[in-house]
Design a protein around this ligand. Sequence first.
Ligand SMILES: [Zn+2]
Ligand SMILES: [Zn+2]
Length: 158
Amino acid sequence: MAKSRTQIDRRVQAFIQTCRRQGLKVTHQRMEIFRELAVSRTHPDAEAVFRAVAGRVPSISRDTVYRTLSTLEAEGLIRKVEPVFESVRYDANLDPHHHFVCTACGAIHDFYSEDLDRLPIPPSVKALGQIDSAQVQIRGVCSVCVDRKSQSRQHRAE
Ligand SMILES: [Zn+2]
Ligand SMILES: [Zn+2]
């Protein structure tokens, strides 16, 4: 699902407002890091955020990116995605949504489903404690990877 300009702008505006409300300075670096997450369609890890932001802000250090992501996460401005692969991934989308995880390339795509938002929580889970939220994770192979695979098969056949 492509992210629209307005959706990104809405998240950036909400980010700025929340920072102000929580007394967190909206620095150029924080803004660049958040924007990178908001624009990205794949829920990047800290290393990928660093590489992308360093392309635009060469003075930024890896340490700053890692620390900023932790700060933003602690302030509730971004969310950690449950580790699916070896590294923690981050999400700028705080709306209720679910994830499609590509097991080939590791991309995590957002999708929306009101039915899944209303997913009945089994009594056995309720017995475990208080429920705050539920998110569905669907694993599969994304269409980019499916195409790549079928192309390489064609190559071999030629
Ligand atoms: Zn993929
Ligand atoms: Zn997400």
